[in-house]
Design a protein around this ligand. Structure first.
Ligand SMILES: Nc1ncnc2c1ncn2[C@@H]1O[C@H](COP(=O)(O)OP(=O)(O)OP(=O)(O)O)[C@@H](O)[C@H]1O
Ligand SMILES: [Mg+2]
Length: 424
């Protein structure tokens, strides 16, 4: 029967949907589905045998295929009722949520909607934070930040976050080897262009009191025109950072490659410098083709973030300029006091290196650090303060003041001399 109902009227709507999906996705044939339907009819207690169960029992589909069908149906049901939006399709799924492409009916435009699993609505503190941070993010406006549009919940209690839809691929997808990814590598100039945009975006957010806490290649989308967009800013996280890192552990694609040491330790006073560390780690990956620390287990990766000295990026990719390596090393200092003191400083250094100038903020931090070492240990270290060339001396304000003062003094003396001579 076309609608899937049986003569006994026992078959549920769910069975109808399961049958349709199994057929549409090519997992079972019409004959196999009808065979199982017939078995349902013949059974003395049809209530106990769902279509999915029978398809598995008859080895028409596997247990996992049945699970996938059920979870797809569940998902469809959950998201069919986002008020004001019409879902178009699924874009992707992360550790925490699923992202859909949708049409915002009021403005007739395409948007992306992140739908959180229902379990999250049970945590009141999380829900409050979700709305609070969503509103804060919606106030930001920056070309390199995915615009937050709306937050809300479905009648069934699913919370969702509506944002600008971005055409493009994440840095993660771009770098991932084929066939899943594009296997793309980034030249120093391309990496700098991308990181300048994202650092600019973060400086904007940091100045307005928002910290991202999860900067990583998966949260940066590059459009076909080369515009980098930071996603998930202001998206409250359900768990603390260590739990977040661990929740990623089970996924083949996710380990805590970019997380700061203080987030790993579970410190409570996380500030913008956690983002600076993750920016550095993301840039490390872009310019060397690998994350800064690798190990077999997530906890081993986290241990390295805490304890292991960073292998400078220019030791891995010897074609890199020393400047870019210095920026990464300062951004990824284990102690946040030794990182950039302002996001703008990092931005200025990135721009300087992009125009073949030295990263002055990074150098100053490294020099101060070396001085502190001298004080602490009494050891001397080589601090190379670049000597100005003779032409640069003319650019120094102090030099100009001295020359002008000397000139005026000579002039006054000459006047006195002339006056004195004319009197005689
Ligand atoms: N605004 C958007 N426009 C277009 N695609 C998006 C947008 N936001 C996210 N995506 C896509 O959806 C996918 C899933 O995003 P999501 O943030 O849920 O997970 P993730 O960032 O990959 O992983 P994680 O859960 O670890 O953060 C992303 O990989 C990206 O491809
Ligand atoms: Mg994301």
């Amino acid at each position: 029967m076309p609608d899937g109902s049986t003569a006994t009227g026992i078959s549920t709507n769910l069975d109808t949907e399961v049958g349709k999906l199994a057929l549409d996705s090519g997992l079972a044939t019409q004959t196999e589905i009808e065979f199982c339907r017939e078995q349902q009819k013949q059974s003395s207690d049809p209530n106990q045998r769902s279509l999915a169960d029978l398809l598995v029992e008859n080895a028409f589909i596997t247990v996992n295929q049945a699970k996938r069908i059920k979870s797809q149906l569940e998902e469809r049901k959950n998201t069919s009722q986002i008020p004001g939006y019409q879902l178009i399709g699924r874009i992707g799924k992360g550790a925490m949520a699923t992202v859909y492409k949708a049409r915002q009916l009021s403005l007739d435009r395409i948007v992306a909607i992140k739908v959180l699993p229902k379990r999250m609505s049970e945590n009141k503190e999380f829900v409050d934070r979700f709305y609070y941070e969503g509103r804060a993010a919606a106030k930001l406006s920056h070309n390199n930040i995915v615009q937050a549009i709306d937050v809300g919940s479905t009648p069934d209690g699913f919370h969702f976050f509506v944002m600008e839809y971005i055409e493009g691929l994440t840095l993660y997808d771009l770098m991932l080897p084929p066939p899943t990814g594009q296997g793309r590598s980034f030249s120093e100039a391309e990496a700098l262009d991308t990181m300048i945009q994202i650092t600019d975006a973060l400086a904007h957010a940091h100045n307005r009191g928002l910290i991202h806490r999860d900067v990583k290649p998966k949260n940066i989308i590059l459009t076909p025109e080369g515009v980098a967009k930071l996603t998930d800013l202001g998206l409250a996280r359900e768990v603390n950072d260590t739990q977040l890192a661990e929740s990623e552990a089970g996924k083949a694609y996710g380990t805590p490659y970019y997380i700061s040491p203080e987030q790993i330790r579970g410190d409570v006073d996380i500030d913008f410098r956690a983002d600076i560390y993750s920016l550095g780690a993301t840039m490390y990956h872009l310019v060397t083709g690998r994350p800064p620390f690798e190990a077999d287990t997530p906890s081993a990766v986290m241990h390295k973030h805490l304890k292991q000295a960073l292998r400078p990026p220019d030791h891995i990719n010897t074609a890199l300029s020393p400047g870019i390596s210095e920026i990464v090393e300062v951004a990824m200092a284990k102690e946040r006091e030794e990182r950039y003191a302002r996001t703008e400083d990092m931005l200025e250094d990135l721009r300087a290196v992009r125009s073949n100038q030295p990263p002055t903020h990074a150098r100053r931090i490294v020099d101060l650090d070396s001085l502190a070492q001298v004080e602490e240990t009494g050891k001397t270290v080589d601090i190379s303060v670049p000597k100005p060339s003779w032409t640069e001396v003319f650019d120094q304000p102090a030099f100009v003041v001295v020359v002008v003062a000397a000139g005026i003094s000579v002039l006054i003396n000459l006047i006195f001399l002339v006056v004195a001579l004319t009197r005689h």
